[in-house]
Design a protein around this ligand. Structure first.
Ligand SMILES: [Zn+2]
Length: 195
């Protein structure tokens, strides 16, 4: 796996200047909700459409080809899994899973946020009906996740989806529709960690 560094310009909305992750507690996976959109188009979207307007970014984006782009250095904050909306299950902001994994970073959305302690990975998708990934994207995502888990000593139990953190967001769609496929993904990551 080769990582291609293509950092977003420092900007309050995408790559906040001087804001560092306080801890690295979890790896959170997302999908790019536009059919067939590649990683460089996602970079353009963050860099040109979100900057100055919309809080959105992620540390990594995996292309349909399996190429891994790093948009934000691992030590900096990216905006990908914060929440200010109620999780339908726990009736609180953030899910029970998020509270367990993030602790104080998932308690007070006004002052703190899970973005202070999470590394975010976007995955490009082939379609929006189910949000299918290419085999290359899935393979690279597993390798990247395993490498981050190893580097930062993040256990597999702290590899999650955006949906697992906030409850209300259908992200990644494929793993919301078919939770078993996310379990398969985690098994793949575990295999890489133990192999
Ligand atoms: Zn997401």
């Amino acid at each position: 796996m080769t990582i291609i560094d293509k950092f977003l310009s420092e900007n309050d909305y995408t790559h906040p200047r001087g804001r560092k992750l306080v801890e690295k507690r979890a790896v959170i996976l997302h999908w790019v909700g536009r059919a067939g959109q590649g990683a460089l188009a996602v970079w353009d979207y963050f860099e040109h459409e979100c900057a100055g307007k919309t809080y959105a970014s992620a540390h990594y984006c995996i292309d349909l080809s399996g190429a891994v782009y790093r948009f934000i250095p691992d030590d900096d904050v990216a905006y990908h899994c914060g929440s200010s909306q109620i999780d339908p299950k726990s009736k609180k902001i953030y899910t029970d899973w998020a509270r367990e994994v993030f602790g104080k970073y998932a308690e007070d959305p006004e002052r703190n946020s899970s973005n202070n302690a999470a590394i975010g990975i976007e995955m490009c998708a082939l379609d929006t009906t189910e949000g299918n990934f290419t085999a290359e994207t899935l393979q690279a995502a597993a390798e990247l996740t395993a490498s981050l888990c190893k580097t930062y000593q993040i256990p597999i139990e702290r590899v999650g989806t955006h949906k697992l953190v906030v409850g209300w967001k259908d992200c990644p769609r494929l793993w919301t529709l078919y939770p078993g496929k996310f379990e398969d993904f985690k098994r793949e990551v575990s295999g890489l960690l133990n192999g």
